[in-house]
Design a protein around this ligand. Structure first.
Ligand code: DMJ
Length: 377
């Protein structure tokens, strides 16, 4: 993919002074803006993108000025102040731990160590409250401890914590043992506590655990997992990770294929009883990327064309049912362009070296960042 944009061609707004007094979400700005700028810098070689990355990275840093160094969720990028949401001093686990691929890369490129925000491998690694590698969904910015303990999911609020354990390990040249250890433990935790099969169709799915009670509910967000497991297996992790990836990929496919529109619900509630009938489901689809993201990884690693066929069916359904006129809610999440369509493009490309998974690691918003070169021996 050759990016042709030059900094001089960018819209004037991009070069204008930033707005003051704007609150932004640390996580969303990191994965979308900082990740996008770093990735574009690598793909174009244009220094402007690195300068802009440094600018936004620096503006986000006040979020880390907390008693525990666990960042606040919101930062005012004009005033340089940060705060938690109005109703709590907790931050969401995925949000505070899935920002390191980007900040580590910024630190490496600028040679400025203060961008190294070691929330994940550093602060969370040894924290009490984990359950066989599974982590609670919230962490307090004052105490630095987990809160709302006993609730475990691979979906909303926790998903990319697991994804970034593996991806940072790959980014850094597979040398950071604490990240690998946490990732391997988490996969075992998923297998032990969250994995079940549906009664009717023997589909393997990842449910949720709330104070030892199992809930057969799986967010579409969890469909990042087959791709991540396959990426781990491709990087030398146990073969049974790939077996699980194949099973979960089938389930994520069925979450689309069993619907009349061919589009997955946002949340699937699976049927554990051994009787016929479709698994009942939540109803809306937000054009999310996770399933096509995993299809891309599965196709790259297995070359099985069924994954392309499944992706093609999803694209047809998006075309048929989601291209709508003004009477509908006028929202289209930026991840549809940033992730969903990008992964479909990569899935259908015959060029297997295009953004090779042996050279790049994709951040959680689908922005490719380079795997670091190994230091000379
Ligand atoms: C994206 O912003 C990221 O992939 C994030 O990690 C999870 N949610 C959305 C897409 O669904």
């Amino acid at each position: 993919m050759q990016l042709m944009v030059e900094s001089s061609q960018l819209a004037p707004a991009f070069n204008s002074p930033p707005l003051s007094n704007v609150d932004v979400n640390l996580f969303e700005s990191t994965i979308r803006i900082l990740g996008g700028l770093l990735s574009t810098y690598h793909l174009t070689g244009d220094q402007l993108f690195l300068e802009k990355a440094k600018d936004i990275g620096s503006r986000l840093m006040p979020a880390f000025k907390t008693p525990s160094k666990i960042p606040y969720s919101d930062v005012n990028i004009g005033k340089g102040t940060a705060h938690p949401p109005r109703w709590t001093s907790d931050s969401t686990l995925a949000e505070v731990t899935s920002i390191q691929l980007e900040f580590r890369e910024l630190s490496r490129l600028t040679q400025e160590p203060h961008y190294q925000v070691r929330t994940q491998g550093g602060l969370v690694h040894k924290l009490p409250g984990k359950h066989d590698g599974l982590v609670p969904m919230f962490i307090n910015t004052n105490s630095g401890q987990f809160t709302h303990k006993g609730v475990f999911t691979l979906g909303a609020r926790a998903d990319s914590y697991y994804e970034y354990l593996l991806k940072q390990w790959i980014q850094g040249g597979k040398t950071e043992d604490d990240l690998l250890e946490d990732y391997l433990q988490a996969v075992e935790g998923v297998k032990k506590h969250l994995l079940r099969q549906t009664g009717p169709s023997r589909l393997t799915f990842v449910g949720e655990l709330s104070h030892n009670r199992f809930n057969p509910k799986m967010d579409h967000l969890v469909c990042f997992l087959p791709g991540t497991l396959a990426l781990g297996a491709h990087n030398g992790l146990p073969g049974d990770h790939m077996d699980l990836a194949l099973q979960l990929m089938e389930t994520c496919h069925q979450m689309y294929a069993q619907m009349e529109t061919g589009l997955s619900p946002e949340i699937a509630h699976f049927n554990l009883q051994a009787r016929d009938g479709r698994d009942p489901a939540d109803r809306h689809n937000l054009l999310r990327p996770e399933t096509v993201e995993s299809l891309f990884y599965m196709y790259r690693f297995t070359k099985d064309t069924k994954y392309r066929d499944w992706g093609w069916d999803i694209l047809q359904s998006f075309n048929k049912y989601t291209k709508v006129q003004r009477s509908h809610r006028p929202d289209m999440e930026s991840f549809f362009l940033g992730e969903t369509l990008k992964y479909l493009y990569l899935l259908f490309s015959d060029d297997m070296e295009l953004l090779s998974l042996d050279k790049y690691v994709f951040n959680t918003e689908a922005h490719p960042l380079p795997i670091w070169p190994s230091p000379p021996k």
